[in-house]
Design a protein around this ligand. Structure first.
Ligand code: CUA
Length: 349
């Protein structure tokens, strides 16, 4: 048996490749550090699309896991070959009886084609599934504005903002629009991202499985406060949701004390009423969020701050400090006036 000939060094047309330099020592450190940065994103408070709580999110998570599985398989196979080649070193003998060309055809053409075909079928099937119209959905209109979300329940006659209630076990149909620039509505645990586009209505349908507080985001860069354009769904059992609807339809209640009454008078006569609506009062502005039920919201300003009396007072007197660039101007008020308006707004629930 003759020893196979050592392959001759590759000829690069006279160009001699320089030996591969060793990676600098800190490369491993940098890699580890970047890994830590990525892991820091896995904060347990962050909603995850891989923790689906609704029909659409379920479908999307299935596609995600299929993609992940296939990618992991390719990674392991390719990595295995790399490790094998490294261990084996540069020897000329044939690896197996399979011809080298067969490897190229299988690994470079047939394998990728099969994988892409499987993914294409899964993706098209999932997309069709998501577009399937549902019977008797709860229809709501959600509009993206810089930087908050307006939410209207046309059949129930409810208008609210940023935080809104939905029932479980009933199909939801969100008709998405934008009033200004492109936004993207995304509640990872419930559904995929959908763009909110000016002069166009995009429809998002899903059913929620479990009651809960589901946080979402604007997922399309839309200006300086894009990161503070949060949205949240409070999902409730159908009975509880109906009670919420009934309560919303009977808002607002009359002020229950002198301070609230003064707050209401100020709210309607000061700049507030130019931009905000409180149903049943003279305040009918439409530039900013409808505040008819603001007292029951957990957050303000597109989930940017918690809705406590102290934070609300800061927001009313100097909103630019908390969320620069938003439309709300600073308002000159005495401490007593601020307290009165806050008391009134907090009573709207
Ligand atoms: Cu709206 Cu980003």
């Amino acid at each position: 048996m003759t020893r196979p000939r050592r392959p001759s060094p590759p000829n690069f047309g006279g160009f001699t490749p320089s030996p591969v330099s060793k990676p600098p020592k800190f490369a491993g450190l940098a890699l580890a550090a970047s890994g830590l940065v990525i892991l820091a994103g896995c904060d347990t408070d962050s909603p995850s699309a891989l923790d689906p709580q609704g029909s659409e999110a379920d479908t999307l998570a299935d596609v995600w896991w299929l993609m992940f599985g296939l990618a992991a398989f390719v990674y392991v196979v390719v990595g295995g070959f790399v490790v094998y080649a490294l261990l084996r070193g540069r020897r000329g003998e044939r690896v197996s009886r399979i011809r080298d060309n067969t490897f190229v055809w299988m690994g470079g053409v047939v394998g990728p084609l099969v994988i892409l075909l499987v993914l294409a079928v899964a993706t098209v099937a999932a997309t069709n599934d998501l577009r399937e119209p549902e019977a008797d959905p709860l229809r709501i209109d959600v509009t993206g504005l810089r930087w908050w979300w307006q939410v209207i329940y046309p059949e129930e006659g409810i208008v609210t903002a940023n935080e809104f209630h939905l029932p479980t076990d009933r199909p939801i149909e969100i008709r998405l629009r934008s009033e200004d620039v492109l936004h993207s509505f995304w509640i990872p645990e419930l559904a995929g991202k959908m763009d909110a586009v000016p002069d166009q209505t995009n429809v998002l349908t899903f059913t929620i499985d479990e009651p809960g507080f589901y946080r979402g985001f604007c997922a399309e860069f839309c200006g300086i406060q894009h990161a503070n354009m949060g949205v949240a769904v409070i999902a409730e059992e159908p009975d509880e949701f109906q009670r919420w609807v009934a309560r919303e339809q009977t808002l607002p209640t009359e002020p229950s004390n002198e301070l609230e009454a003064e707050g209401r008078r100020l709210f309607v006569s000061e700049a507030c009423a130019g931009c905000h609506t409180v149903r049943g009062t003279g305040a009918q502005g439409t530039l900013g969020p409808d505040l008819t039920d603001v007292g029951q919201r957990r957050t303000l300003a597109g989930l940017a701050i918690r809705n406590t009396p102290e934070r609300m007072a800061e927001w009313i007197t100097d909103a630019q400090q908390l969320k620069p660039g938003n439309l709300m101007p600073p308002i000159e008020l005495t401490e007593r006036e601020t307290a009165a308006i806050v008391a009134y707004l907090q009573s709207l629930k």
